[in-house]
Write a protein that binds this ligand. Structure first.
Ligand code: HAM
Length: 447
């Protein structure tokens, strides 16, 4: 048996994970409520898939060569517990698109014939080097829109609608200065031709690049375009652009997405280097960023997404073109906090704290009144009020101080009050103190 930890050496959350505490969690709840509200207006329903899946799902869906699958997954051999079970390799989900498409196939959602518009909010896991805005357990708020071709799932209108919805969501959340960058990475055939051209262009120059880019030039040349290595930027900018390798259909699709965004008045910038780090993307890919210095440091991608027209087939399913995105919720929160000017979680925006959020604080005078105070709290809470109950051991001064921190009114419950079925109510904002009958108490506290 291992020795229990010494009290002087308390256990901590694992590197790259963190606890979210009140009052900051009130902001998380507000963000999620706003997202749910916006998604509902656009006709999305919630999907909840398991936190772990068969490792093969991500190997096939996200791609063996990607950083995520090759070095960032939490994978383990799950032992069989009975002769009827097989041991299998399982992985904590590093992202949710592959899981949603697996569920789409498993539950034959395509046979319903219509467009599936799904959203999810939940934790994802990647073994990355932790830094501000980058964690090993992080949260994503995402959507996926997919369906058979007959449902219109391949239409550029879907791409533009998803992007317009994101613009609306960020505006409603109050995110300032967001920037939409997008690109088309074409069909898988377009990308094959582009990869050949990239390899050719990289061959004579790759020796001058950093070690990482030399390796990428061999294993997955598209990844060179993501590189932020300052010394390599000039060489990278001179590489061929994917836009020149798109076939007519991909080119027309992208033009239609841009035209629809123009019609909606959603501003964007085409970034020919935006290829994204997951293998399933086809055609439209995009990211929303916020300006440097707004809470995210170098991790300035607030969210990313794109189209994945071949993913369902890669996972053994029917043809089901789709598009989606995932917002990094941790990064969204950091941005909102930075933009609000609150430097730390200790000084959050008043709206996100619980300060003065309660209707009433019940102060029992003496421990004999504790049970009656709880019974009164039950009555008021059931009537829809938010209430906290003090303790009969508190002196009156302490009760007032505690109440003043959290509630708008204090309800004093002493012997007299109980005998007469009355309560003494003080309202902090006005300083007034009145006696109210039990029957009228809820209404008085609501005021
Ligand atoms: P992704 O670009 O890998 O795409 O992740 C989306 C967002 O998740 C990023 O823009 C970032 O905000 C956040 N994120 C990623 N890694 C971390 C991390 N270690 N710590 C904090 N935040 C992080 C996807 O996951 C795709 N499944 C998106 C998608 C949906 N594409 C189509 N549908």
């Amino acid at each position: 048996m291992s020795t229990p930890p010494k009290p002087s050496n308390p256990l901590k959350a694992v590197r790259g994970t963190r606890d979210l505490l009140p009052p900051e969690t009130a902001l998380w709840a507000r963000v999620e409520a706003t997202a749910r509200d916006v998604f509902a207006r656009y006709g999305f329903g919630e999907i909840r898939t398991p936190i772990f899946e068969a490792t093969e799902l991500f190997a096939r869906g996200v791609g063996e060569e990607t950083d995520i699958v090759s070095k960032e997954m939490y994978t383990w051999e799950d032992r069989a517990r009975a002769a009827s079970e097989k041991a299998q390799s399982l992985t904590l989900r590093p992202e949710n698109t592959a899981g949603v498409v697996r569920a789409y196939i498993e539950h034959k959602l395509g046979e319903r014939g219509d467009l599936q518009k799904l959203f999810y909010i939940g934790p994802q896991f990647r073994r990355e080097r932790p830094q501000r805005g980058r964690y090993r357990q992080f949260w994503q708020i995402g959507v996926e829109v997919l369906g058979p071709q007959s449902s219109g799932s391949e239409s550029p209108v879907r791409d533009a609608e998803v992007l317009e919805m994101l613009a609306t969501l960020l505006d409603e959340l109050g995110v300032r200065g967001w920037r939409l960058e997008l690109n088309s990475v074409g069909s898988s055939e377009d990308r094959k031709r582009y990869n050949v051209a990239l390899r050719e262009a990289l061959a004579p120059v790759k020796a001058q690049m950093c070690e990482d880019n030399q390796r990428r030039a061999e294993t997955n040349p598209l990844r060179v375009l993501d590189s932020k290595e300052p010394a390599d930027q000039e060489l990278i900018n001179a590489l061929p652009k994917i836009a020149d390798y798109l076939d007519d259909a991909s080119r027309a699709h992208f033009a239609a997405v841009l035209a629809a965004l123009d019609a909606c008045g959603v501003a964007y910038a085409v970034n020919p280097r935006l290829v994204r780090g997951l293998d399933y993307y086809t055609r439209t890919t995009f990211e929303f960023t916020v300006p440097d210095g707004q809470g995210l440091g170098t991790q300035n991608a607030l969210l990313g997404g794109g189209r994945y027209d071949g993913l369902s087939e890669m996972l053994g399913g029917p043809k089901a073109p789709g598009i989606g995105f995932a917002i990094g919720e941790d990064r969204l929160i950091l941005t909102l906090q930075a933009q609000d000017g609150s430097k730390s979680v200790d000084a959050p925006h008043p709206e996100w704290t619980f300060a003065k959020a309660l209707d009433a604080y019940i102060a029992p005078m003496g421990v004999e009144r504790n049970a009656a105070a709880l019974a009164l709290a039950r009555e008021l809470r059931r009537a829809g009020l938010s209430v906290e109950v003090g303790d009969g051991t508190f002196r009156l001064k302490k009760s007032f101080e505690a109440a003043d921190k959290v509630a708008r009114h204090i309800v004093i419950l002493g012997e007299d009050e109980l005998a007469t079925e009355m309560a003494t109510v003080k309202t902090f904002a006005t300083g007034t103190q009145v006696k109210v009958s039990r029957a009228e108490l809820a209404a008085a506290l609501r005021a």
